[in-house]
Design a protein around this ligand. Structure first.
Ligand code: GSH
Length: 191
């Protein structure tokens, strides 16, 4: 979804091929040849193929710099990448943990695991609140740092993440969800 948001923000045409993830189409040999991790997305265009959404997005920025989604200055660019990294390494795993448990039949669900991951996630919010103290987006201007978080912020209600004590994060999440690019790609998220 993050790469589709970038494609939409940059107004680039694309064809979307949806894989049957529950039936493990992403683990078939033909797909593993494109992405050895057996995960979506993969971005394919003449002369190039890329996997890992952050790298797909960097590729798109390099190739189609119009409607810039990274700051121009090297230091700011590094900070932006650190936010993407932080999102992937810190913010996403507890969300996946909650979703994984929630998908189990009620009888098999371990409520402590849900509560534990929700608490882990909650503990990350002050850092985001602080970063948004005097700006609307993580890097000031809307960037790939915000895009990295967007699909996951849209899941707050579903995973029971309460943003009440974090008004700047709440407003930021609303701002991201209200962007036209997200409106156009969110089908299937149940958000
Ligand atoms: N770090 C990867 C994560 C990709 C990822 O986890 N994709 C999920 C769907 S959102 C997937 O393909 N899941 C199927 C699987 O792991 O088999 C990225 O950002 O591209």
């Amino acid at each position: 979804m993050r790469t589709r948001i970038v494609l939409k923000e940059k107004n680039l045409p694309f064809d979307r091929i949806v894989l049957d993830l529950p039936n493990k189409e992403q683990k078939q040999e033909w797909y593993l040849a494109l992405n050895p991790y057996g995960k979506v997305p993969v971005l394919v265009e003449e002369g190039a193929w890329v996997y890992e959404s952050a790298l797909c997005n960097e590729y798109l920025e390099d190739k189609y710099p119009e409607t810039a989604l990274v700051p121009p200055e090297a230091g700011a660019k590094a900070q932006m990448r650190l936010w993407v990294e932080w999102c992937n390494s810190q913010f996403v795993p507890p969300i996946i943990g909650v979703l994984y448990e929630q998908r189990k039949p009620a009888a098999e669900r371990v409520q402590e695991k849900i509560t534990h991951n929700q608490a882990k996630l909650h503990a990350l919010l002050p850092r985001l609140e602080q970063q948004l103290h005097s700006q609307e987006y993580l890097m000031g201007q809307y960037s790939m740092a915000d895009i990295a978080f967007t699909p996951f912020l849209a899941l707050c209600d579903r995973i029971g993440l309460n943003l009440e004590d974090f008004p700047r994060v709440r407003r930021w999440a609303e701002r991201l969800k209200n962007r036209e690019s997200f409106e156009e790609v969110k089908i299937g998220l149940g958000a």
